[in-house]
Design a protein around this ligand. Sequence first.
Ligand code: CA
Length: 339
Amino acid sequence: MASRSRLIAEVDFDRDGVQHGAVRLFHSVHASAYGFIPLPIVVIRNGEGPTAVFIGGTHGDEYEGQVAIAKLARSLRSEEIRGRVILFPQANHPAAMAGLRTSPIDGGNLNRLYPGDPDGTVTQQIAFWIEHELMPRADLVADLHSGGSSLMYLPTALMKFSDNAAMQARTRAALEAFGAPRAYIARGTQGQGADQNSSGAAERNGVVMIGSELGGSGTVTPAALRIAERGLNNLLVHLGILPPERRIAPDTKTRVFEVGGHDYFVYATQEGVFEPLVELGDTVAKGQPAARIHTPETPWREPAEMTFGHDGVVLCQRIPGRTTRGDCLFHLGTDLMES
Ligand code: CA
């Protein structure tokens, strides 16, 4: 079944120079019968060479990637590169324009819908286009995320653990080239099928992919944005698209963590007000109190207390105070033990 994407790119991926435009996602609605949703895209090409694909706005309320990729779209000239850079700063454009994690049109979470469906909802159609039209053109994909509205991260680059040793080594080299102060390698999938996210799509395409969790809280932080900009620049140097003298030296060597299974995560056991008992970056021990959940509507009731299930460093924390049972409050990382 050679089912093809219905989306149409306004840019020619094989033409030299700088092209701006949209990938047209046709969406017939009451106010616009023949209209399309414009997914912004920039192609910068100068002859034969490797291709970098930089994706932002997979989740619409994660902004460092969107801003860093837009800055690159304005600053990078075709004469200074060799090969091709494809910039896709608002992958889920409807979600990004609404400042939401998920699409206001179909509720779709782009990073849970791969490999997508060419005949599906708008978000399924975007996933299909990225997996079947965008990623096959890439030598390296960076899909830049942050914590979104509900989480805050220490600025972190990340990659998925691969059983393929050669792919693992190539991805690890890209992760170190990105130059974030911290990075983690994800082993667990927290109940989400890893095959449904962009890492799964990249794996099916046999392409190196790194991700990030740059900050969060539904805002842009200057430190996280600097890390994103430097990281994208250094990935272009790593690929040979920019010359070596363009590398921007990171402040520190990347400290690499791993994020293991469910015991690295702390979840709320009841509804109420979340009181964190530790800070991002703290080193914690298994059994240490992590959070209390208060019920100020019944102030005589003792708060529930959650503890950490593993030793580690706090990489991620929930932001909103109001919390319900099942919310993720923290997750940890542990220093990667090199074998
Ligand atoms: Ca995200």
